[in-house]
Design a protein. Structure first.
Ligand SMILES: Cc1ncc(COP(=O)(O)O)c(C=O)c1O
Length: 362
């Protein structure tokens, strides 16, 4: 088969284990999944109702222009509709960005412990991935900017970063934007933005007025609790948005997702509740990890990295047998660590109790 050479080096993404798989493999019934940074509270009731109503029109194709959804997003964000593009999760948008910007041997720059899909998507296009070592578990913004050269097409800032949960601070981002050449794209991936409580977190929308080379990516998968629906969006200048809209397929958002997105933006109370609960959960983890003497990374997202000081694959497998699914750090080149999602308080407690038992050898 005449498979493109570039594709041969691309490996399938290893997603968090689904509950159904663990049930099947281990014969367990009572399982909690804290592996994929999903919202443990589900979605807003108002969104659920909007989705149920939308089912009545499911025989129709969705509006290929996403008119109502873009209008709702534009009002919400205070930007023009012509600056918004939508897709089946920000994952699709990452791939589309790479298909627009990356030719063979072009380079992207990312943190060495950051979201793997930037790497995969660049490789699919035959691009080269330049990974800059993290500094104290944070993206080394200066190092990333210094690595820019003539072949660089995209610099990826995941903020909060997955899996470390750390942010790029306002002064760092502004410095980066002032020092990255104007023809290099800077993608600011804000998948976990809603969870941030740090006051140094930049409001990036106004930056679109000053910098022409930025794309902001956001998603309904995390705080809005709609991961299974697949809806993400991006904001950029009109030229980039036009190219995005030319490459994104006409039906790369679905009819139910369009209605859900509109309803989700209106339910501010739900979002507030989720953000408060998440903050409580993060603090609970910190307190318990301190008690257990475990090192962890303070997170601005809905997950925390914790250093078990043991073989993470072993701890991961023992947790699975106790019905708790997390993500082993080895997957992210952080052996010994686990990435655990902030669940409901009951789920967080169950994780801590199970981890404590395993560390005691039980
Ligand atoms: C940093 C980051 N960006 C993007 C995504 C993709 O999210 P989705 O495709 O569900 O919008 C994720 C998912 O985990 C993520 O962690």
């Amino acid at each position: 088969m005449k498979i493109r050479e570039a594709i041969k080096g691309v490996r399938p993404y290893q997603a968090g284990k689904p509950i159904s798989e663990v049930k099947r493999q281990l014969g367990l019934d009572d399982i909690i999944k804290l592996a994929s940074n999903e919202n443990p509270y589900g979605c807003s009731e108002k969104v659920r109702q909007a989705m149920i109503s939308a089912v009545d029109s499911i025989n129709l194709y969705p509006d290929a222009s996403n008119y109502e959804l873009k209008k709702a997003l534009a009002d919400y964000l205070g930007v023009k509709t012509s600056m918004i593009f939508c897709g089946t999760g920000s994952d699709l948008l990452i791939r589309v960005l790479c298909s627009i910007f990356i030719d063979k041997d072009d380079e992207i720059i990312m943190g060495d412990i950051s979201f793997q899909r930037y790497e995969d998507s660049a490789k699919i296009m035959g691009g080269k991935v330049v990974k800059i070592k993290m500094k104290n578990h944070r993206l080394d913004v200066e190092g990333m900017v210094n690595a820019v050269n003539d072949r660089t097409k995209i610099v990826w800032f995941a903020t909060p970063n997955n899996p470390t949960g750390t942010i790029v601070k306002k002064d760092e981002l502004l410095w980066a934007l002032d020092n990255i050449p104007k023809d290099v794209l800077v993608v600011i991936d804000e998948a976990y933005k809603e969870y941030v409580t740090d006051e140094d977190y930049p409001d990036t929308i106004p930056l679109l007025n000053k910098y022409n080379n930025i794309v902001i990516l956001r998603t309904f998968s995390k705080a809005y609790g709609l991961a299974g629906l697949r809806l993400g969006y991006g904001i950029a200048n009109e030229e980039i948005t036009q190219y995005m809209n030319s490459v994104i397929g006409p039906f790369d958002t679905n009819l139910i997702a369009q209605e859900a997105g509109i309803a989700a933006l209106k339910d501010e109370e739900f979002l507030k509740f989720i953000v408060e609960k998440n903050d409580e959960g993060r603090k609970y983890y910190y307190k318990e990890f301190d008690r257990l003497g475990l090192n962890y990374i303070e997170s601005q997202a809905n997950f925390v990295m914790v250093d078990t000081g043991k073989d993470d694959m072993d701890v991961f497998n023992k947790l699975l047998r106790k019905g708790v699914i997390v993500r082993p750090g080895s997957l992210f080149d952080m052996p010994g660590w686990l990435r655990v999602t902030v669940g409901t308080m009951e789920q967080c407690q169950r994780f801590v109790k199970s981890l404590e038992e395993i560390l005691r050898g039980e």
